[in-house]
Ligand binder design. Structure first.
Ligand code: 2AM
Length: 175
């Protein structure tokens, strides 16, 4: 049976995506870690893992029933997790709408049989990978902000040595 590696996430508006990669190029040493491709920058809401088409259809149907208003997301924090080797950006304070959406998607995923980590949801956009050594972190003097008006199901594929994330389906957040 064929499976796909899927997750729910939020993409970035193209202008902010470009501003972040321009900032990243000046903010970190080249040896700090491997930059995540601009098109792959996203915030994961719920990780589903390798799942069958049947399960994906089931989970998509549940996601399509979610009714939630849009919310504003500020990207004003950064951090380094040495163990997974990730340098990330995220919000200092998670908006309620973001936490609610992630919790709902996670509980739907768990009920559909997708293992969910017991660790608390820590919203982040992975910026550098393989960052397992100490990283000189830049000052947190940045502030990006945008309205989150939709969320998406993403597929992760790995070919020719590269990971690519593609949106499979999106659902609007409506007031
Ligand atoms: P990361 O950025 O912190 O590595 C696609 O792989 C997305 O799903 C990435 O954003 C990744 O988070 C997340 N992800 C990958 N494996 C995961 C897992 N086992 N549990 C939770 N999230 C995971």
């Amino acid at each position: 049976m064929s499976t796909r590696r899927l997750f729910f996430g939020i993409g970035l508006p193209p202008t902010i995506q470009q501003e972040i990669i321009a900032w990243r190029a000046t903010a970190f040493d080249a040896e700090a870690g491997r930059p995540v491709a601009a098109a792959n920058l996203h915030l994961t809401l719920a990780f589903l893992g390798e799942i069958s088409a049947v399960k994906a259809t089931d989970i998509s149907r549940l996601a399509g029933r979610i009714r939630q208003p849009p919310f504003s997301l500020a990207i004003d924090d950064a951090g380094h997790w040495p163990r997974p080797g990730v340098v990330w950006l995220g919000p200092r304070q998670s908006p309620r709408g973001l936490v609610q959406l992630a919790e709902l998607l996670r509980s739907q995923a768990a009920r559909s049989g997708c293992y969910q980590s017991p660790l608390p949801f820590h919203p982040h956009i992975s910026l550098l990978r393989n960052a397992t050594r100490p990283v000189a972190m830049p000052p947190r003097n940045f502030h990006w902000q945008f309205d989150v008006t939709e969320f998406s199901l993403w597929q992760s594929t790995f070919s020719q040595g590269r990971t690519r994330y593609n949106i499979v389906e999106s659902w609007p957040l409506t007031a």
